[in-house]
Write a protein that binds this ligand. Structure first.
Ligand code: NAD
Ligand code: AHE
Ligand code: ZN
Length: 375
Protein backbone atom coordinates (compact mmCIF):
# COMPACT_ATOMS: atom_id res chain seq x y z
CA UNK A 1 0.00 0.00 0.00
CA UNK A 2 0.95 3.67 -0.25
CA UNK A 3 1.22 5.92 2.79
CA UNK A 4 2.03 9.58 3.33
CA UNK A 5 5.13 10.11 5.41
CA UNK A 6 7.69 12.69 6.46
CA UNK A 7 11.00 11.16 5.37
CA UNK A 8 14.37 11.99 6.94
CA UNK A 9 16.55 11.72 3.85
CA UNK A 10 19.83 12.77 5.50
CA UNK A 11 21.13 14.17 8.80
CA UNK A 12 20.49 17.87 9.28
CA UNK A 13 18.01 18.19 6.39
CA UNK A 14 14.33 19.11 6.77
CA UNK A 15 11.91 16.19 6.53
CA UNK A 16 10.37 15.64 3.08
CA UNK A 17 6.69 14.81 2.79
CA UNK A 18 6.12 12.07 0.24
CA UNK A 19 4.13 8.96 -0.64
CA UNK A 20 6.08 5.84 0.25
CA UNK A 21 5.39 2.12 -0.07
CA UNK A 22 4.44 0.07 2.97
CA UNK A 23 4.20 -3.72 3.00
CA UNK A 24 1.47 -5.34 5.09
CA UNK A 25 2.05 -7.01 8.46
CA UNK A 26 3.88 -10.33 8.61
CA UNK A 27 3.76 -12.99 11.35
CA UNK A 28 3.27 -11.36 14.77
CA UNK A 29 2.94 -7.85 13.30
CA UNK A 30 0.15 -5.29 13.09
CA UNK A 31 -0.66 -2.48 10.67
CA UNK A 32 -1.59 0.73 12.48
CA UNK A 33 -3.21 3.84 11.07
CA UNK A 34 -1.43 6.59 13.01
CA UNK A 35 -3.95 9.30 13.88
CA UNK A 36 -1.60 11.68 15.68
CA UNK A 37 2.06 11.94 16.64
CA UNK A 38 4.03 14.19 18.94
CA UNK A 39 7.44 15.58 18.01
CA UNK A 40 9.94 14.72 20.76
CA UNK A 41 13.37 16.24 21.26
CA UNK A 42 14.81 12.77 20.55
CA UNK A 43 13.46 12.92 16.97
CA UNK A 44 15.37 16.18 16.59
CA UNK A 45 18.48 14.62 18.20
CA UNK A 46 18.47 11.80 15.65
CA UNK A 47 17.66 14.09 12.71
CA UNK A 48 20.55 16.36 13.72
CA UNK A 49 23.05 13.52 13.21
CA UNK A 50 24.07 13.37 16.90
CA UNK A 51 22.56 9.90 17.46
CA UNK A 52 25.17 7.13 17.13
CA UNK A 53 22.32 4.84 16.10
CA UNK A 54 20.87 7.30 13.56
CA UNK A 55 20.20 5.79 10.13
CA UNK A 56 19.11 7.50 6.92
CA UNK A 57 16.88 7.52 4.98
CA UNK A 58 14.37 6.81 7.74
CA UNK A 59 10.87 7.57 8.89
CA UNK A 60 11.24 9.10 12.35
CA UNK A 61 8.59 9.63 15.04
CA UNK A 62 7.97 7.53 18.15
CA UNK A 63 5.17 9.31 20.05
CA UNK A 64 1.98 8.20 18.33
CA UNK A 65 -1.55 6.94 18.77
CA UNK A 66 -3.76 5.20 16.26
CA UNK A 67 -5.97 2.27 15.26
CA UNK A 68 -5.08 -1.30 14.30
CA UNK A 69 -6.29 -1.77 10.71
CA UNK A 70 -4.80 -5.19 9.93
CA UNK A 71 -3.03 -8.00 11.74
CA UNK A 72 -0.54 -10.60 10.52
CA UNK A 73 -0.72 -14.36 11.19
CA UNK A 74 -0.49 -15.41 14.83
CA UNK A 75 -1.39 -12.05 16.36
CA UNK A 76 -3.40 -12.68 19.54
CA UNK A 77 -3.27 -9.67 21.84
CA UNK A 78 -4.86 -7.04 19.57
CA UNK A 79 -7.41 -7.02 16.76
CA UNK A 80 -8.62 -4.72 13.98
CA UNK A 81 -10.28 -1.63 15.40
CA UNK A 82 -8.30 -1.57 18.67
CA UNK A 83 -6.91 1.82 19.65
CA UNK A 84 -3.20 1.58 20.38
CA UNK A 85 -0.10 3.50 21.34
CA UNK A 86 3.13 2.31 19.64
CA UNK A 87 5.90 1.37 22.08
CA UNK A 88 9.56 2.09 21.43
CA UNK A 89 10.18 0.04 24.55
CA UNK A 90 8.15 -3.11 23.87
CA UNK A 91 7.04 -5.60 26.49
CA UNK A 92 7.26 -9.24 25.34
CA UNK A 93 6.81 -10.66 28.87
CA UNK A 94 9.07 -13.59 27.88
CA UNK A 95 12.67 -12.33 27.52
CA UNK A 96 15.15 -12.51 30.44
CA UNK A 97 14.78 -8.74 30.97
CA UNK A 98 10.97 -8.81 31.17
CA UNK A 99 11.08 -11.92 33.38
CA UNK A 100 13.67 -10.35 35.70
CA UNK A 101 11.06 -7.82 36.93
CA UNK A 102 14.10 -5.55 37.45
CA UNK A 103 13.85 -3.48 34.26
CA UNK A 104 11.42 -2.27 31.60
CA UNK A 105 14.09 -2.66 28.91
CA UNK A 106 12.65 -5.63 27.01
CA UNK A 107 15.38 -7.17 24.85
CA UNK A 108 13.21 -9.28 22.52
CA UNK A 109 13.66 -7.03 19.48
CA UNK A 110 16.11 -4.31 20.59
CA UNK A 111 18.91 -5.38 18.19
CA UNK A 112 16.83 -5.19 14.99
CA UNK A 113 15.06 -2.05 16.24
CA UNK A 114 18.45 -0.32 16.48
CA UNK A 115 19.20 -1.41 12.91
CA UNK A 116 16.03 0.25 11.65
CA UNK A 117 14.32 -2.98 10.62
CA UNK A 118 11.55 -5.31 11.78
CA UNK A 119 12.43 -8.38 13.89
CA UNK A 120 12.84 -10.53 10.73
CA UNK A 121 15.62 -8.17 9.58
CA UNK A 122 13.68 -6.48 6.76
CA UNK A 123 11.97 -3.11 6.41
CA UNK A 124 8.30 -2.70 5.52
CA UNK A 125 8.96 0.82 4.14
CA UNK A 126 10.46 1.61 0.73
CA UNK A 127 10.60 4.38 -1.83
CA UNK A 128 11.00 3.55 -5.53
CA UNK A 129 12.25 0.11 -4.50
CA UNK A 130 14.88 1.51 -2.10
CA UNK A 131 14.69 0.59 1.59
CA UNK A 132 13.63 3.20 4.13
CA UNK A 133 14.58 2.56 7.77
CA UNK A 134 12.08 2.24 10.60
CA UNK A 135 12.90 4.39 13.66
CA UNK A 136 12.77 3.25 17.30
CA UNK A 137 10.46 0.51 16.06
CA UNK A 138 7.66 3.05 15.60
CA UNK A 139 7.99 5.45 12.60
CA UNK A 140 4.96 7.49 13.59
CA UNK A 141 5.80 10.23 11.08
CA UNK A 142 4.00 7.94 8.61
CA UNK A 143 0.21 7.85 8.39
CA UNK A 144 0.39 4.02 8.42
CA UNK A 145 3.10 1.95 10.06
CA UNK A 146 3.81 -1.69 10.89
CA UNK A 147 4.82 -2.76 14.39
CA UNK A 148 5.41 -6.04 16.20
CA UNK A 149 2.40 -7.00 18.32
CA UNK A 150 4.58 -6.76 21.46
CA UNK A 151 5.22 -3.10 20.65
CA UNK A 152 1.67 -1.77 20.90
CA UNK A 153 -0.35 -0.95 24.03
CA UNK A 154 -4.14 -1.31 23.69
CA UNK A 155 -5.82 1.72 25.24
CA UNK A 156 -9.25 3.16 26.08
CA UNK A 157 -11.03 3.80 22.73
CA UNK A 158 -12.67 6.98 24.09
CA UNK A 159 -9.32 8.70 24.62
CA UNK A 160 -8.47 11.45 22.07
CA UNK A 161 -5.57 10.50 19.78
CA UNK A 162 -4.25 14.06 19.53
CA UNK A 163 -3.62 14.12 23.30
CA UNK A 164 -2.76 10.55 24.26
CA UNK A 165 -0.07 10.30 21.58
CA UNK A 166 2.08 12.25 24.09
CA UNK A 167 1.81 9.26 26.46
CA UNK A 168 3.81 7.35 23.82
CA UNK A 169 6.93 9.12 25.15
CA UNK A 170 6.97 12.45 27.02
CA UNK A 171 4.23 11.97 29.60
CA UNK A 172 5.22 8.41 30.50
CA UNK A 173 8.93 9.26 30.59
CA UNK A 174 8.49 12.25 32.91
CA UNK A 175 5.92 10.80 35.29
CA UNK A 176 7.52 7.35 35.18
CA UNK A 177 10.95 8.75 36.10
CA UNK A 178 9.39 9.99 39.33
CA UNK A 179 7.21 7.06 40.28
CA UNK A 180 9.05 4.05 38.79
CA UNK A 181 12.71 5.06 38.73
CA UNK A 182 13.14 7.49 41.65
CA UNK A 183 10.09 6.25 43.63
CA UNK A 184 9.73 9.69 45.16
CA UNK A 185 8.03 9.77 48.56
CA UNK A 186 5.63 12.40 49.94
CA UNK A 187 7.44 15.40 51.46
CA UNK A 188 10.56 15.02 49.29
CA UNK A 189 12.61 17.88 47.83
CA UNK A 190 13.39 17.75 44.11
CA UNK A 191 15.20 19.73 41.42
CA UNK A 192 14.24 19.43 37.75
CA UNK A 193 16.78 20.68 35.20
CA UNK A 194 15.13 21.60 31.87
CA UNK A 195 11.44 22.47 31.78
CA UNK A 196 10.50 21.22 28.33
CA UNK A 197 8.14 18.47 27.23
CA UNK A 198 9.83 16.01 29.61
CA UNK A 199 10.71 18.25 32.56
CA UNK A 200 7.14 19.52 32.95
CA UNK A 201 5.94 15.94 33.15
CA UNK A 202 8.56 15.24 35.82
CA UNK A 203 7.09 18.22 37.69
CA UNK A 204 3.54 16.90 37.42
CA UNK A 205 4.82 13.48 38.52
CA UNK A 206 6.44 15.10 41.58
CA UNK A 207 3.18 16.86 42.42
CA UNK A 208 1.37 13.52 42.10
CA UNK A 209 3.94 11.88 44.41
CA UNK A 210 3.45 14.60 47.03
CA UNK A 211 6.88 16.27 46.85
CA UNK A 212 7.07 19.41 49.04
CA UNK A 213 9.71 21.49 47.31
CA UNK A 214 9.91 21.30 43.51
CA UNK A 215 12.65 23.51 42.08
CA UNK A 216 12.71 24.04 38.32
CA UNK A 217 15.93 25.12 36.59
CA UNK A 218 15.89 26.49 33.04
CA UNK A 219 17.87 29.04 31.04
CA UNK A 220 14.60 30.27 29.48
CA UNK A 221 12.65 32.56 31.84
CA UNK A 222 9.50 31.80 29.83
CA UNK A 223 9.50 28.36 31.47
CA UNK A 224 8.83 29.79 34.97
CA UNK A 225 5.12 30.20 34.32
CA UNK A 226 4.98 26.77 32.69
CA UNK A 227 6.59 25.06 35.68
CA UNK A 228 4.25 26.79 38.12
CA UNK A 229 1.21 25.51 36.20
CA UNK A 230 2.17 21.93 37.05
CA UNK A 231 3.38 22.28 40.65
CA UNK A 232 6.87 23.87 40.61
CA UNK A 233 7.44 25.80 43.84
CA UNK A 234 10.71 27.63 42.98
CA UNK A 235 12.34 28.69 39.69
CA UNK A 236 16.05 29.24 39.08
CA UNK A 237 17.62 30.60 35.89
CA UNK A 238 21.30 29.57 36.02
CA UNK A 239 22.22 32.63 33.94
CA UNK A 240 20.90 34.90 36.70
CA UNK A 241 22.63 33.15 39.61
CA UNK A 242 25.62 34.99 41.03
CA UNK A 243 28.44 32.47 41.50
CA UNK A 244 28.13 28.74 40.97
CA UNK A 245 24.75 27.08 40.45
CA UNK A 246 25.36 23.97 42.59
CA UNK A 247 26.10 25.73 45.93
CA UNK A 248 23.16 28.07 45.22
CA UNK A 249 20.80 25.10 44.81
CA UNK A 250 22.23 23.28 47.82
CA UNK A 251 21.62 26.38 49.91
CA UNK A 252 18.07 26.70 48.61
CA UNK A 253 17.23 23.15 49.68
CA UNK A 254 18.43 23.52 53.31
CA UNK A 255 15.38 22.90 55.49
CA UNK A 256 14.88 22.99 59.29
CA UNK A 257 17.74 21.36 61.15
CA UNK A 258 19.37 20.19 57.90
CA UNK A 259 22.34 22.47 57.37
CA UNK A 260 23.90 20.24 54.69
CA UNK A 261 21.36 20.86 51.92
CA UNK A 262 20.90 19.19 48.56
CA UNK A 263 17.76 17.69 47.07
CA UNK A 264 16.42 14.21 47.77
CA UNK A 265 15.94 13.77 44.02
CA UNK A 266 17.26 15.62 40.97
CA UNK A 267 16.37 15.02 37.32
CA UNK A 268 18.26 15.97 34.17
CA UNK A 269 15.81 16.72 31.36
CA UNK A 270 18.26 18.59 29.09
CA UNK A 271 20.64 16.02 27.58
CA UNK A 272 23.53 18.37 28.43
CA UNK A 273 26.37 16.51 30.18
CA UNK A 274 27.46 19.60 32.15
CA UNK A 275 23.92 19.90 33.50
CA UNK A 276 23.93 16.18 34.37
CA UNK A 277 26.95 16.81 36.60
CA UNK A 278 25.25 19.80 38.22
CA UNK A 279 22.18 17.64 38.85
CA UNK A 280 24.23 14.90 40.52
CA UNK A 281 26.18 17.36 42.67
CA UNK A 282 23.07 19.18 43.87
CA UNK A 283 21.64 15.93 45.25
CA UNK A 284 21.82 15.52 49.04
CA UNK A 285 24.99 14.09 50.59
CA UNK A 286 24.35 10.60 51.93
CA UNK A 287 21.20 9.73 50.00
CA UNK A 288 20.32 12.10 47.16
CA UNK A 289 19.47 10.40 43.87
CA UNK A 290 20.02 11.97 40.47
CA UNK A 291 18.13 10.59 37.50
CA UNK A 292 19.41 11.14 33.95
CA UNK A 293 16.59 11.38 31.43
CA UNK A 294 18.23 13.57 28.77
CA UNK A 295 19.90 11.93 25.80
CA UNK A 296 23.43 13.12 24.96
CA UNK A 297 25.10 13.09 21.55
CA UNK A 298 27.67 10.66 20.20
CA UNK A 299 31.02 10.92 21.99
CA UNK A 300 29.73 12.89 24.97
CA UNK A 301 30.53 11.60 28.46
CA UNK A 302 29.53 12.40 32.03
CA UNK A 303 32.03 13.03 34.80
CA UNK A 304 32.20 13.89 38.47
CA UNK A 305 34.55 13.33 41.39
CA UNK A 306 34.05 9.75 42.64
CA UNK A 307 33.83 11.36 46.10
CA UNK A 308 30.33 12.52 45.11
CA UNK A 309 29.25 8.88 44.98
CA UNK A 310 31.44 7.76 47.88
CA UNK A 311 29.49 10.22 49.97
CA UNK A 312 26.22 8.57 49.12
CA UNK A 313 24.80 10.28 46.06
CA UNK A 314 23.31 7.87 43.54
CA UNK A 315 23.47 8.35 39.76
CA UNK A 316 20.72 6.59 37.80
CA UNK A 317 19.18 6.72 34.35
CA UNK A 318 15.76 5.97 32.98
CA UNK A 319 14.35 5.04 29.57
CA UNK A 320 10.63 5.51 28.95
CA UNK A 321 10.31 6.32 32.65
CA UNK A 322 10.89 2.71 33.62
CA UNK A 323 7.41 1.94 32.27
CA UNK A 324 6.40 -1.53 31.05
CA UNK A 325 4.56 -0.40 27.97
CA UNK A 326 1.71 -2.87 27.50
CA UNK A 327 1.00 -2.91 31.24
CA UNK A 328 1.55 0.72 32.27
CA UNK A 329 0.60 2.81 29.22
CA UNK A 330 -3.13 1.85 29.30
CA UNK A 331 -3.17 2.85 32.99
CA UNK A 332 -1.64 6.25 32.22
CA UNK A 333 -4.27 6.80 29.52
CA UNK A 334 -6.92 6.05 32.18
CA UNK A 335 -5.29 8.52 34.60
CA UNK A 336 -5.61 11.15 31.88
CA UNK A 337 -9.25 10.23 31.19
CA UNK A 338 -9.98 10.39 34.96
CA UNK A 339 -8.39 13.85 35.23
CA UNK A 340 -5.52 12.65 37.47
CA UNK A 341 -2.87 14.02 35.09
CA UNK A 342 -2.86 16.92 32.66
CA UNK A 343 -1.86 16.74 29.02
CA UNK A 344 -3.93 19.27 27.06
CA UNK A 345 -2.16 22.48 28.19
CA UNK A 346 1.25 21.06 27.27
CA UNK A 347 0.19 20.52 23.65
CA UNK A 348 0.89 24.03 22.50
CA UNK A 349 0.78 23.45 18.72
CA UNK A 350 -1.26 21.17 16.47
CA UNK A 351 0.07 20.81 12.92
CA UNK A 352 -0.61 18.99 9.68
CA UNK A 353 1.98 16.56 8.32
CA UNK A 354 2.95 19.18 5.73
CA UNK A 355 3.80 21.55 8.62
CA UNK A 356 5.98 19.06 10.52
CA UNK A 357 9.25 20.98 9.99
CA UNK A 358 7.62 23.97 11.68
CA UNK A 359 7.24 21.73 14.76
CA UNK A 360 11.03 21.29 14.85
CA UNK A 361 11.56 25.05 14.42
CA UNK A 362 9.19 25.80 17.32
CA UNK A 363 11.18 23.37 19.49
CA UNK A 364 14.49 25.05 18.54
CA UNK A 365 13.06 28.48 19.33
CA UNK A 366 11.81 27.29 22.76
CA UNK A 367 8.28 28.32 21.74
CA UNK A 368 6.53 24.96 22.04
CA UNK A 369 6.17 22.47 24.83
CA UNK A 370 4.78 19.79 22.52
CA UNK A 371 3.81 20.03 18.89
CA UNK A 372 1.46 17.32 17.67
CA UNK A 373 0.87 16.36 14.05
CA UNK A 374 -2.69 15.24 13.34
CA UNK A 375 -3.14 13.12 10.20
P1 NAD B 1 12.80 20.28 25.20
O1 NAD B 1 13.62 20.86 24.13
O2 NAD B 1 11.31 20.40 25.12
O3 NAD B 1 13.24 20.86 26.63
C1 NAD B 1 14.58 21.05 27.02
C2 NAD B 1 14.58 22.20 28.06
O4 NAD B 1 15.89 22.27 28.63
C3 NAD B 1 14.26 23.55 27.46
O5 NAD B 1 13.25 24.20 28.23
C4 NAD B 1 15.58 24.31 27.54
O6 NAD B 1 15.42 25.70 27.71
C5 NAD B 1 16.20 23.66 28.76
N1 NAD B 1 17.67 23.78 28.83
C6 NAD B 1 18.56 23.70 27.81
N2 NAD B 1 19.82 23.88 28.27
C7 NAD B 1 19.71 24.07 29.61
C8 NAD B 1 20.65 24.29 30.64
N3 NAD B 1 21.95 24.38 30.38
N4 NAD B 1 20.20 24.40 31.91
C9 NAD B 1 18.87 24.34 32.17
N5 NAD B 1 17.93 24.13 31.23
C10 NAD B 1 18.34 23.98 29.97
O7 NAD B 1 13.19 18.73 25.25
P2 NAD B 1 12.33 17.54 25.87
O8 NAD B 1 11.40 16.98 24.84
O9 NAD B 1 11.81 17.94 27.18
O10 NAD B 1 13.49 16.44 26.06
C11 NAD B 1 14.49 16.63 27.04
C12 NAD B 1 15.57 15.56 26.92
O11 NAD B 1 15.03 14.28 27.27
C13 NAD B 1 16.12 15.38 25.50
O12 NAD B 1 17.51 15.13 25.62
C14 NAD B 1 15.39 14.15 24.99
O13 NAD B 1 16.09 13.53 23.95
C15 NAD B 1 15.34 13.33 26.25
N6 NAD B 1 14.34 12.26 26.35
C16 NAD B 1 14.70 11.12 26.98
C17 NAD B 1 13.79 10.09 27.16
C18 NAD B 1 14.19 8.85 27.89
O14 NAD B 1 13.44 7.85 27.82
N7 NAD B 1 15.30 8.83 28.61
C19 NAD B 1 12.49 10.23 26.65
C20 NAD B 1 12.15 11.43 26.02
C21 NAD B 1 13.08 12.44 25.85
N1 AHE C 1 20.23 5.81 20.30
C1 AHE C 1 20.87 6.67 21.28
C2 AHE C 1 20.15 6.73 22.59
C3 AHE C 1 18.72 7.20 22.48
C4 AHE C 1 18.03 6.88 23.77
O1 AHE C 1 18.62 6.89 24.85
N2 AHE C 1 16.75 6.60 23.69
C5 AHE C 1 15.94 6.39 24.86
C6 AHE C 1 14.57 6.87 24.55
S1 AHE C 1 14.52 8.59 24.17
C7 AHE C 1 12.90 8.79 23.78
O2 AHE C 1 12.66 10.07 23.45
C8 AHE C 1 15.80 4.91 25.19
O3 AHE C 1 14.75 4.33 25.36
N3 AHE C 1 16.91 4.27 25.34
C9 AHE C 1 16.97 2.88 25.64
C10 AHE C 1 17.20 2.08 24.40
O4 AHE C 1 17.27 0.86 24.48
O5 AHE C 1 17.31 2.70 23.32
C11 AHE C 1 22.32 6.29 21.49
O6 AHE C 1 22.99 7.04 22.23
O7 AHE C 1 22.77 5.28 20.91
ZN1 ZN D 1 10.73 10.77 22.95
Amino acid sequence: MKTRAAVATAAGKPLEIMEVDLEGPREGEVLVEVKATGICHTDDFTLSGADPEGLFPAILGHEGAGVVVDVGPGVKSVKKGDHVIPLYTPECRECPSCLSRKTNLCTAIRATQGQGVMPDGTSRFSLNGEKLHHYMGCSTFSNFTVLPEIAVAKVNPDAPFDKICYIGCGVTTGIGAVINTARVEPGATAIVFGLGGIGLNVIQGLRLAGADMIIGVDINNGKKEWGEKFGMTHFVNPKEVEGDLVPYLIDLTKRGADTIGGADYTFDCTGNVTVMRQALESAHRGWGESIIIGVAGAGQEISTRPFQLVTGRVWKGTAFGGARGRTDVPKIVDWYMDGKIEIDPMITHTLTLEEINRGFELMHQGESIRSVVVY
